[in-house]
Design a protein around this ligand. Sequence first.
Ligand code: PLP
Length: 449
Amino acid sequence: PQPDPEAGAAVKAADRAHVFHSWSAQDLIDPPAVAGAEGSYFWDYDGRRYLDFSSGLVFTNIGYQHPKVVAAIQEQAATLATFAPAFAVEARSEAARLIAERTPGDLDKIFFTNGGADAVEHAIRMARLHTGRPKVLSAYRSYHGGTQQAVNITGDPRRWASDDGAAGVVHFWAPYLYRSRFYAQTEEEECARALEHLETTIAFEGPATIAALILETVPGTAGIMVPPPGYLAGVRALCDKYGIVFVLDEVMAGFGRTGEWFAADLSGVVPDLMTFAKGVNSGYVPLGGVAISGEIAETFGKRPYPGGLTYSGHPLACAAAVATINVMAEEGVVENARRLGAEVVGPALRELAERHPSVGEVRGTGMFWALELVKNRETREPLVPYNAAGAANGPMAAFGAAAKAHGLWPFINMNRTHVVPPCTVTEAELKEGFAALDAALSVADEHTE
Ligand code: PLP
């Protein structure tokens, strides 16, 4: 496409005048103007093209502008652009069927929401009504969404500004061997001690007061900590023992990201409720939802579920989900993420770690990887402090600027960069991205001791 700086300037001017952006000090940001996107790339009005190693906010699992999904949205718009939620609508029925077919166990009923946070809100409401108990347990180092309940469940600094001391939200520590809270040396120790800590937390909070325990199956923004073998099964067993509803949040980890349809498939653990959004239709139209077990669905069999949304199961969003899921199945997108993750991404990142002293740890699976950047590999001191300012701090900003100068759009949170390209990414694109990452890590290296 031809560069058009004048058009870009107009887009930017109206943005700066009128758009209020998420999570930002409005006067201190300079949002780049996007002219277009395709596959793994997007470009600006000045003719600069970026390889998107962030998949937007980790949602374009099939890449940008997939022609079949775009066509399905156009077709749905021409047929039935919208309809109220209390009706049976073809796109909604089919999306629910395709999702239920893939969710683990008996999670066969789908409540559609507009995104991830409201899916979490509803999962918690269902759990409270199902159990008649008030409290929710969730992990530190987690993100569950920006609405009031979801952000209070969240276990990172994004909660602090909105923390209302929400009745009944209790945080615990999940496994994270690299920064173990349990003085563990091995994954086995980390797993056993994290489970012991969790059971003690449940005992001291009072099992009969706890409605739900929510975990990201693989924590996403908080650092991509793939749980050690046995951890999720151990949590499942504790939830069974104490009658607690087990909610897995697959908003980021679901729909191919981990190289499985759902991250729960990595361990075979079946939750009682599972939240999803993002990858369900690669974010082409806002959509999220809760997949519900038979037992919880039964609770609302004769008794009304007290909750709803005007756009629950919006036809455009559901048509996009149907097309996305079919594309993923036809084109082997999940398998691509699994194979390239294991054969290309993992080895390449470990090779970069060997050469760059700023890389403290490489971890991940599928198209879901984190590089943890440190000042010092021995002490593991993070390259920037863990606080609300996070990655806005100098060295990570310098790292990000270097990546962008080399045509790579990175995902950055705190002292980490995540390698989360579309699950449709090719080997050649990955190699191009790693070359840029190599250059950017040299900038991070300058901040090590
Ligand atoms: N849960 C997880 C695990 C997420 O990663 C996110 C968003 O990043 C959310 C919930 C919130 O989703 P949304 O931004 O669509 O409300």
